[in-house]
Write a protein that binds this ligand. Structure first.
Ligand code: ZN
Length: 52
């Protein structure tokens, strides 16, 4: 899977999944959540990408 600064759908079969990770950054009072965007594709697994 590629890690990129920005992710895009590359064919009509691609779909985007957004997940938030809890507490990935230490030492901050506010609850920091890292937003990770994934692109999955059932038709072509090579389209899988990850942002962040
Ligand atoms: Zn695709």
């Amino acid at each position: 899977m590629k890690v990129q600064a920005s992710v895009k759908k590359r064919c009509p079969h691609c779909y985007i999944v957004i997940r938030t990770k809890k507490g990935s950054q230490k030492g901050r009072k506010k609850k920091a959540r890292k937003r990770v965007v994934y692109v999955y594709c059932k038709a072509n697994p090579r389209h899988k990408q990850k942002q962040g």
